[in-house]
Ligand binder design. Structure first.
Ligand code: NAP
Length: 291
């Protein structure tokens, strides 16, 4: 990759950001298509979000991804918001066109595409159970409800957060039936999980193999799917448990890939080289290993 005076700059804002896989994924894609672009990681401290977003205009940076903990804070810093970003209340991709900053949330489309590619399913008409009620849960809810899910059961350690999400999103999606349960309500969960066709973990439980969720996955119907947003380790405890009872299950590396694919296409207008990006994320090696 040659950096010239003409090279267009893209990047990621996060804190911490040094472990991000996105520079590798996007630079591999730029290189594969021969684009005069580079992608770098910017460590942005919480108090510096506004000034950093303004710097996109002054420095002519063409676009950035935004990751933890800034996705919500940048919402008020951009000039316009894509409808998904507005509903989620978070932006993970900014595009700069002549100083006009547009905010997108490609976690929404990235999650849906992961479901399609990994399981061959669409949420339309289905009953899903979502574990978690944080920022990632909001993107999952918008994704599922946009696709006309029938029913969503939100389960969270702190039940008040699940109740608040159900209240908020039932206003936007009146045709979807919402129910909430506390994560320690074993009886309630065991009763509901028997009808769940798709279970999604959007908590950080299971990260690094720690604090695994203890769910009665064996009660889920045959043919049901389990998607874990956690991708470290690639085969999370939840994925392992789900596969052990015969369910199809995948970790969140595919969502990470497809949110990047969408961002790349928004920025460049080119069809993203998905295989190159997947390989850059070392997914292929791990997927081969786990198949
Ligand atoms: P967040 O806003 O901090 O929310 C964390 C959620 O996890 C809350 O619901 C919290 O419950 C729950 N939680 C935390 N520790 C738990 C435990 N030990 N047992 C049960 N529940 C626990 O975080 P987030 O931004 O939503 O991210 C959540 C996870 O999604 C992270 O692992 C992140 O890496 C992953 N993620 C992946 C992708 C992807 O592309 N694959 C995209 C976005 C996020 P309380 O409300 O009770 O605290």
């Amino acid at each position: 990759m040659k950096i010239r005076a003409t090279t267009k700059v893209y990047g990621i804002f996060g804190h911490p950001v040094e472990h991000s896989l996105s520079p590798h994924m996007h630079n591999s894609a730029f290189e594969a298509l021969g684009l005069d672009c580079v992608y770098v990681a910017f460590e942005v401290k919480p108090g510096d979000v506004d000034i950093s977003v303004r710097a996109l205009r002054t420095l002519g940076i063409k676009g950035v991804n935004v990751t933890i903990p800034h996705k919500e804070a940048v919402v008020s810093c951009v000039d316009d918001l894509h409808p998904d970003a507005l509903l989620v209340g978070a932006v993970n991709t900014i595009k700069n066109v002549h100083g006009m900053l547009s905010g997108y949330n490609t976690d929404v489309g990235g999650f849906l595409r992961a479901l399609k590619e990994d399981f061959g399913i669409v949420p339309t008409g289905k009953t899903a159970m979502l574990i978690g009620a944080g920022g990632a849960a909001r993107a999952v809810i918008v994704a599922l409800c946009n696709e006309m899910l029938k029913e969503l059961i939100i389960v969270n350690r702190t039940i008040s957060k699940a109740e608040s999400l159900a209240r908020e999103f039932s206003k936007h999606f009146p045709s979807v039936k919402f129910k909430v349960f506390a994560l320690d309500d074993e009886v309630g969960i065991a009763k509901e999980i028997r009808r769940v066709e798709l279970l999604v973990n959007s908590t950080s439980a299971g990260m690094k193999g720690l604090n695994p969720l203890n769910l009665p996955l064996g009660l889920m119907p045959k043919g049901a799917s389990v998607y874990d947003l956690v991708y470290d380790p690639l085969v999370t405890p939840l994925v392992k448990d789900a596969r052990a009872v015969g369910l199809q299950a995948q970790s969140g590396i595919s969502m990470l890939l497809y949110q990047g694919v969408e961002a790349f296409e928004i920025w460049t207008g080119h069809r993203a080289p998905v295989d190159v990006m997947r390989k850059a994320l070392t997914v292929k090696r791990f997927l081969d290993e786990t198949e």
